[in-house]
Design a protein. Structure first.
Length: 240
């Protein structure tokens, strides 16, 4: 890191898998922060997650720990808290659409009324770049202009790609069993228990006014021919 001005840290893990774990990610990120300080880096832009201090889930606890380390590092910093990213090559929005395209029925865990707030990855990148150019210490949310219920999100994606997939409500436990079976078939991680808990707790919503202009509903219609055409494997992308 010697000679660099700004460290943009996006490193994290989605779940505990093999040698990758939240605990290891916290330790490794601490090494990066210490190295940046010793190398004389001017500023750290650290990517966190929306609402890290409002949950006892391991993903969020780890993010909250790292935010504290960044604040105590003595470095100039910006902590950026995105909600749910979408865009070319994303996993969640793409794979929901893939299931809608390929299955006659899509299971909605619970009542489907829990909300989330997607943000376009290029809007998010703009905010990160701006945070690096600033000088004051910042903690900012990055969220899109639309808030959906989970069922509303699936309906919107289904309509955007012109499918008639039936949506059915399932008890959360049954939905997780189904997700585990699908994960085995796809050799991937489709949904974990903690991810569902975080989703149903509405942790993917910002409490701040949105400053990102791109609407997922518009983007999905504009990219309907490509959205969900190919399954995006988390394990293939990061572990193989």
């Amino acid at each position: 890191m010697r000679g660099i001005d700004t460290l943009y840290n996006t490193y994290w893990v989605r779940s505990n898998h093999g040698a990758a774990s939240f605990a290891a990610a916290v330790r490794n990120t601490g090494v990066l922060i210490d190295a940046a300080r010793e190398a004389g880096v001017r500023r750290v832009v650290h990517v966190s997650i929306a609402n890290p201090d409002k949950s006892d889930l391991p993903y969020y606890l780890g993010k909250a720990q790292l935010e504290q380390q960044v604040r105590e590092s003595g470095l100039s910093y910006a902590i950026v808290r995105p909600t749910l990213l979408f865009g070319h090559g994303d996993v969640l929005i793409n794979n929901i659409t893939w299931f809608v395209r390929h299955l006659p029925v899509f299971g909605i865990p619970g009542d489907g009324k829990y909300r989330l707030q997607p943000v376009f990855v290029e809007d998010y990148a703009d905010r990160i770049a701006a945070a690096g150019s600033a000088t004051e210490n910042l903690t900012i949310d990055v969220a899109g202009p639309e808030i959906f219920t989970f069922e509303g999100l699936v309906r919107m994606l289904r309509d955007a790609v012109g499918r008639r997939t039936a949506l059915i409500h399932l008890p959360s436990r049954l939905a997780l069993i189904g997700a585990q079976l699908v994960s085995i078939g796809l050799r991937d991680i489709t949904l974990t228990r903690n991810e569902l808990r975080g989703l149903m707790a509405e942790l993917l919503i910002s409490q701040e006014p949105s400053t990102c202009p791109t609407r997922l509903s518009d983007w999905a219609r504009q990219h309907q021919d490509e959205l969900g055409r190919r399954y995006a494997s988390e394990l293939e992308r990061h572990y193989r």
